[in-house]
Design a protein around this ligand. Structure first.
Ligand code: TXA
Ligand code: MG
Length: 335
């Protein structure tokens, strides 16, 4: 059902006024960031924040990240911070690092689902900065995809999920980062990675002295609910193979083709020469390249494929932690 016209616009003075008008009225506006597109609303406005959850079909217990421009006064959002936090901001912000601070009742309680922390992000995308400066309020924003669908890395991806449901998409082209920001818990003595991303555990430890990685214990309520949900899935069947199981992947490909389906193999560039004559989605060679391409390829693939068969890249650690986490959750356990 189409409720309104959805405009896709680059940023200029007129767009800034439009964005400000919509946000002030409690509407939801999508915007480019360097990681993935966000679906933003005034974080202080209960009804506006509720709209985000409804539009996405997002579970009510999964908190949102608040976005601000780089000169925003952080003391308006947080209640203290550990001594290592300023150095992390200096090293990595603006950029793809979200910091979880102690915070109570600074914005709508719906943003943090009633918890006593707040996740704050200062994106480096010039479009995001212009937008956040124009509205000059904290903007609560999850990734601009329907819940469980692949995160959007172009304005068209956002349009595909929300056409007729939101008035405006701020188009900044393709997102260079390609996977969501690193989420870092900074409420305790040692920072802890809740969600891996382009700012790696190693990079954080080199600034803060130490950095842990959150592992959810069986039966425990997750510290960051988002990590517990199945996510990022393309709208076709998927399968995931270990790097040493290429023969199995090719067998499955051939079976799918024999039964009239259209299969694609998603893998790192190094494997391509051994998989001649089949439909391919090329992830590239480095961790950064794979992060940049993954969601784009999943969105591209799902338009034509009945089955996407992913082969896990061999490399681990650093940026690959974030890439592998997304790949497993997108393609693991569906076939
Ligand atoms: O790159 C990004 O972070 C993108 C762009 C739009 O900024 N946003 C994004 O938002 O990925 P979303 O809602 O898709 O993911 C937010 C993640 C979830 O896993 C959520 O559970 C976690 O951050 N989170 C949010 N607030 C939290 C909090 N107070 N404590 C712990 N985890 C939190
Ligand atoms: Mg998301």
């Amino acid at each position: 059902m189409i409720d309104m016209e959805t405009e896709i616009r680059g940023f200029d003075a007129h767009t800034a006024r439009l964005a400000k008008k919509y946000i002030s009225a409690g509407d939801v506006v999508a915007f480019h960031t360097e990681t993935v597109y966000g679906l933003g609303a005034d974080a202080r406005n209960d009804d506006a924040v509720r709209k985000i959850f409804t539009l996405k079909g997002r579970p009510a217990d999964n908190p949102l990240i608040v976005h601000v421009h780089k000169d925003y006064d952080l003391s308006q959002l947080i209640d203290g911070e550990p001594s290592y936090a300023p150095a992390l901001r200096k090293a990595f912000l603006p950029g793809p690092l979200t910091i979880v601070y102690p915070s109570i009742d600074k914005v709508s309680r719906l943003v943090s689902c009633g918890g006593n922390t707040l996740a704050v992000r200062v994106p480096s995308s010039p479009i995001a900065q212009e937008f956040l400066r124009a509205v000059n309020v904290p903007i609560a924003a999850p990734s601009a995809n329907l819940s469980k669908h692949v995160s959007p890395v172009t304005a068209q991806h956002v349009y595909d999920d929300f056409q007729g449901k939101i008035p405006l998409i701020l188009d900044g082209g393709a997102c260079s980062g390609g996977i969501e920001s690193t989420v870092l818990d900074c409420t305790e003595e040692v920072p802890q990675v809740l969600r891996a991303g382009l700012v790696t555990r190693e990079m954080i430890a080199s600034v803060a002295g130490d950095c842990g990685v959150y592992q959810m214990a069986a039966g425990e309520k997750p510290k960051s609910p988002g990590i517990a949900y199945k996510h990022y899935s393309p709208r076709c069947k998927t399968a995931l193979f270990a790097p040493d199981c290429i023969a199995g992947a090719l067998n499955l490909y051939d079976e799918e083709e024999c039964s009239g389906g259209r299969a694609y193999i998603l893998c790192e560039s190094a494997l391509i020469s051994g998989i001649n004559g089949r439909r391919m989605l090329d992830l590239g060679a480095t961790g950064e390249e794979m992060a940049n391409r993954l969601y784009f390829l999943l969105r591209d693939g799902e338009r034509d494929a009945t089955l996407i068969i992913a082969i896990k890249p061999k490399e681990e650690g650093g940026v690959m932690d974030g890439v592998l986490n997304r790949l497993v959750r997108a393609c693991g356990g569906k076939v």
